[in-house]
Design a protein around this ligand. Structure first.
Ligand SMILES: [Fe+2]
Ligand SMILES: [Fe+2]
Length: 283
């Protein structure tokens, strides 16, 4: 079969995506995934459908009882490459939740009843996969997350400057404490809201669509818990701060620990979830 696959791939690339013989008239793409076990890139010619502007593929394996290898691959690593014959795109492969899958599959069999025949051959529910092209122009939830992080980073810098003033004994103590207290409360509330939104909304949605992301998302969720504990401690220090009595360096040290953890957390989130969020929920 490998020899046959290679031949099809070669013909596909040579003829700009148009194939003759048994594939005459088929809408095909070449999908390149990273092998779940081997870690090596492998390419498969695959029939695809355009549904509501999305590129959709079905892990039919022609009705066999087992999922095709590429489906296992995308569950381990959602980054794929699509070749249309004339263009090559980087993309990410998303597994829609049950209701969306059912809706898509109904449309799939309307367009190509062959898939209903494949489904009838097996007890396995044929997985439907959406291939989202990564387009630099896409701005969505991921970019929104980056913007929120940027704003939170500015808040951190402002708070840190306020604590510096306190340590250096600059500025009028009472005004200083008041503004720090107010600022600290609003910052903590914004941060908690942001993390709750991730925990309740974006992360579970991403973990379902992109199973490969699940372990990372679990870790990021654990960060939220650690950060919340630090926040609570800092809030306690700021609220209980008495000028001339409390130690401002302790507050500064605790704050630096929080700021360091948050920066690492934001960076990790931006590395892992931004692209997935952008293609999933364009703004
Ligand atoms: Fe987060
Ligand atoms: Fe975040």
């Amino acid at each position: 079969m490998t020899g046959f696959n290679d031949q099809v791939i070669e013909e596909f690339r040579k003829n700009k995506g148009k194939l003759g013989g048994m594939f005459e008239g088929w809408k095909l793409i070449l999908l390149t995934t990273t092998g779940a076990k081997s870690g090596e890139r492998r390419t498969n010619p695959l029939g695809y459908l355009e549904i509501d502007g999305k590129t959709v593929v079905v892990a039919s394996n022609m009705g066999s009882s087992r999922n095709p290898g590429w489906y296992h691959d995308i569950r381990r690593d959602h980054r794929v490459t699509i070749e249309t014959g004339t263009e090559t795109h980087e993309a990410i492969a998303a597994v829609p939740p049950a209701a969306e899958r059912a809706e898509l599959f109904a449309k799939v069999v309307t367009i190509d009843p062959g898939f209903a025949e494949y489904q009838a051959k097996t007890t396995r529910e044929l997985p439907v996969v959406i291939l989202h092209r990564i387009d630099d122009r896409v701005r969505g939830m991921g970019d929104f997350l980056v913007e929120v992080h940027a704003w939170l980073r500015e808040e951190i810098a402002t708070l840190r400057a306020g604590i510096d003033d306190l340590v250096a004994g600059r500025a009028d103590s009472l005004t200083m404490e008041k503004s720090l207290r107010a600022h600290c409360v609003s910052f903590c509330e914004a941060l908690t809201k942001h993390h709750t939104g991730e925990d309740m909304g974006a992360f579970p949605m991403l973990a379902q669509r992109f199973p490969a992301l699940a372990p990372t998302l679990t870790k990021l969720g654990e960060d939220h818990v650690v950060v919340a504990a630090l926040q609570k401690r800092i809030r306690g220090l700021v609220e209980g701060y008495v000028y001339g009595e409390s130690d401002p360096t302790r507050l500064r040290d605790d704050f630096d620990e929080l700021a360091g953890r948050l920066e690492a957390h934001f960076a990790a989130e931006e590395r892992t979830v931004v692209t997935a969020l952008n293609v999933t929920a364009p703004g």
